[in-house]
Design a protein around this ligand. Structure first.
Ligand code: SF4
Length: 322
């Protein structure tokens, strides 16, 4: 058992994949905390390990080729990594639910949406099919879809409406934690705003905690309380949102902020972070960001920086703050 101050507390999580004789270091000694009712933005480039971490929490790392090498994932004080498959099946959907990036692929194309929501409810609750369908219709209305559309199939809905159905499925059993993996990336910009607003209001209504995986710092500013910046399988900066936006510390975080286009400035070229994300089968020694870092010190290519608390609720892994 772990203390229950946090709903979720990840300690030293390390996840590898074996591919063609190589080891992919997808998640490397990751620590993360999420309080009750909080929304955490999980930010980083593609391949930083955000989705692998989410799958690790859900007990969905495909083994082989994936393997959890080390760590603990405390949820409500209990280590999920010690749970049996059957126990995890009853936690998934009921206690922890996921909203996926692409509603086109996460919904079943040959089942009407009412049945899909009802099916999730009946996996976790001992109720009749009729009662589950009634609840499914209520959930549809909760996400802004008329209940008479419950007999419609996914292809009869727009992208934004499909994602609303995905949210209804995720919330159907009133989970304590929702993990939303780039939930608006596949949607038009105007629809993105509506879906985000819906997620924000439902999260408050149901008092659910949420991990929002994204590469978009604008979305994080809109709806998150805390932010974890991830680089090469590791959280390099973790902070309250306000503290991070007022005072970003890690050179990678600063690079992300500087890459955001400013519509008030007329520039020929957008800022980027120089270089490429490292090969996860061959991570650099020391700080994994050192080959790209404009402020690298001699020690950075030799040793890994510790996690330093710079102010309450603001942590950074960087020798500039040691
Ligand atoms: Fe840059 Fe060194 Fe800080 Fe890494 S530890 S981010 S290389 S200054």
């Amino acid at each position: 058992m772990n203390d229950q101050k946090n709903l979720l507390s990840i300690k030293n999580l390390t996840i590898h994949y074996k591919t063609g004789g190589n080891i992919v270091h997808a998640v490397d000694n990751l620590d993360l905390d999420l309080g009750h009712g909080e929304t955490l933005g999980f930010v980083g480039e593609t391949g930083a390990g955000k989705t692998t971490t989410a799958l690790g929490i859900m007990g969905l790392i495909p083994n082989p080729p994936g393997k959890i090498i080390n760590g603990q994932v405390f949820f409500k004080g209990e280590d999920l990594l010690k749970k049996k498959h059957k126990e995890m099946r009853s936690i998934r959907g009921k206690e922890i639910a996921m909203i996926f990036q692409d509603p086109m692929t996460s919904l079943d194309p040959v089942m009407n949406v009412g049945d899909q929501i009802a099916e999730m409810i009946r996996i976790h609750e001992q109720i009749t099919k009729d009662k589950a369908l009634e609840k499914a219709e209520v959930m549809l209305e909760t996400v802004g879809i008329r209940k008479d559309r419950s007999k419609d199939y996914p292809h009869q809905f727009s992208g934004g409406m499909k994602q609303r159905v995905g949210i209804a499925i995720a919330l159907a059993c009133n989970p304590k934690l929702i993990i939303a993996d780039e939930p608006t990336t596949a949607l038009d910009v105007t629809i993105q705003a509506q879906v985000l607003e819906l997620m924000k209001s439902l999260k408050e209504k149901y008092d659910t905690s949420m991990i929002l995986i994204t590469h978009d710092l604008g979305i994080v500013a809109e709806i998150c309380d805390k932010v974890a910046i991830m680089y090469a399988g590791n959280v390099v900066e973790y902070s309250d949102k306000n503290s991070l936006y007022l005072n970003p510390l890690h050179p990678y975080t600063n690079g992300l902020f500087q890459s955001i286009p400013d519509i008030e400035k007329d520039v020929d070229k957008l800022n980027t972070i120089k270089g490429l994300a490292p090969d996860p089968t061959n991570l650099p020694k020391g700080c994994t960001f050192h080959p790209r870092c404009p402020k690298a010190l001699p020690v950075c290519s030799e040793k890994k920086p510790d996690n330093v608390m710079v102010e309450p609720n603001h942590y950074v892994k960087c020798f500039l703050y040691n």
